[in-house]
Design a protein around this ligand. Structure first.
Ligand code: UD1
Ligand code: UDP
Length: 356
């Protein structure tokens, strides 16, 4: 089988890592990188560290308004699809790169497979929610990370082509966890001790694009007793600079460049708690037994909240500070709603049944 995979943003490199590795044992994969993320720290580092094969096609789309960026991706993917004529198109997650792949593939005879199908935050104000819903409704093969995601699809009338595979990000965490524990020097480099810092990431448009909201989040993090390690997405660094928040943040927090995946997993694993508005980071905290405080009002990873390992506090500074202060009341056990860490194999088997 020849699979054309579309990636473009940081979370997709992490998700493609275990799947690509497994698929290439038995199948041909052509990798298209849209260029949505292009900084070394947001793109190349993942390919280098994780041994992801170099993209066969790099569209070089870069940043821009949603329509302009997605349109450029659509045009580029359409050309490559015509040239490569694969048996299947594979896309991941909920970014504009995902949607672009979905739009192109849905207008061809080539089946479209979507990893992370069925996730819903029920917040249509988020571009990611729109991307997820539209891609699911364009897809022929819907690879759901858990039963709740499959149920969300059923509720929207999608029952054909749904496979519950487990979550490929669990595979990714398991693949690098030992390497992170033994080889990452991140904690030593930053001078922080395991269990004595909070790891924070913020990059959602809702939080970065409103000066008052971003200032409130930064103030709340600065008020936490523990050291706060904050690998900042360039979008967030730019916003801090634009709103005049950067100098104070750099003084009060341990602001660092975006970390590579191995260092990042080490940071999550050893943090006392994680504070984030990321989708992937909520799950990584869950997989690595680190309590998570989510700086959003909704989440698509609802099982982590139901399990008692994740709490939604929105962007209210008091709630953020309160949640990060004092001990966490954690349940004795952690359920496994996202499978056993063998999702890449399940994805491969599902794809083989769709386009043998
Ligand atoms: C995108 C995804 C989001 C995902 C995130 C992962 C969409 C709509 N959003 O958000 O779902 O959680 O990636 O990190 O697809 N920039 C750089 N260097 C880069 C890339 C971006 O400086 O390599 C800056 C640019 O100023 C750009 C801004 O970040 O305008 C936003 O980038 P963009 O890819 O549009 O969205 P993200 O916020 O990264
Ligand atoms: N990540 C990383 N370094 C960082 C921040 C994030 O390696 O400094 C990884 C992490 O594994 C995370 C993934 O990149 O799950 C995607 O992160 P991001 O928060 O950007 O995207 P989202 O999951 O919210 O779409």
């Amino acid at each position: 089988m020849k699979i054309l995979t579309v990636v473009g943003a940081r979370p997709q490199f992490v998700k493609a890592y275990p799947v690509s590795r497994r698929l290439r044992r038995d199948h041909e994969e052509v990798l298209v990188h849209t260029g949505q993320h292009y900084d070394e720290a947001l793109s190349d580092v993942f390919f280098d560290e994780l041994g992801i094969p170099e993209p066969d096609h790099h569209l070089g789309v870069g940043s821009g308004p949603h329509g302009e960026q997605t349109a450029a991706m659509i045009a580029g993917i359409e050309d490559r699809l015509a040239d490569e004529d694969p048996d299947l198109v594979l896309c991941y997650g909920d970014t504009n790169s995902t949607l672009a792949a979905g739009i192109v593939a849905s207008k061809t005879e080539i089946p479209l497979a979507h990893v992370e199908a069925g996730l819903r935050s029920d917040d249509r104000g988020m571009p990611e929610e729109v991307n997820r819903v539209l891609t699911d409704h364009a897809a022929d093969c819907l690879l759901a990370p858990g039963e709740a995601a499959a149920e969300n699809l059923r509720a929207e009338g999608i029952t054909d082509g749904v496979f519950v595979t487990g979550d490929v990000m669990y595979d990714a965490v398991l693949l690098v966890r030992d390497r992170a524990a033994t080889r990452s020097t991140m904690l030593a480099d930053l001078g922080v001790a395991a269990g004595e810092y909070v790891l924070a990431t913020v990059h959602r448009a809702h939080n970065t694009d409103d000066p008052d909201r971003l200032a409130g989040i930064l103030d709340a993090l600065a008020a936490v007793d523990d050291e706060v390690v904050f690998p900042a997405h360039p979008r967030t660094t730019d916003a801090m600079r634009e709103y005049g928040l950067y100098e104070d943040a750099a003084e009060e927090l341990t602001l660092v460049d975006p970390a590579g995946y191995v260092d990042f997993v080490a940071l999550v694993a050893d943090a006392r708690a994680v504070a984030t508005d990321s989708g992937g980071v909520q799950k990584e905290a869950f997989f690595l037994d680190t309590p998570c405080v989510t700086l959003r009002d909704t989440t698509e990873w609802t099982e982590t909240v139901e399990a008692g390992w994740n709490v939604l506090v929105g962007s209210d500074p008091d709630r953020i500070r309160e949640a990060l202060t004092g001990a966490f009341d954690l349940p004795a056990d952690r359920p496994q709603p996202y499978g056993e860490g063998d999702a890449a194999s399940a994805v491969t088997t599902a794809l083989e049944s769709v386009a043998p």
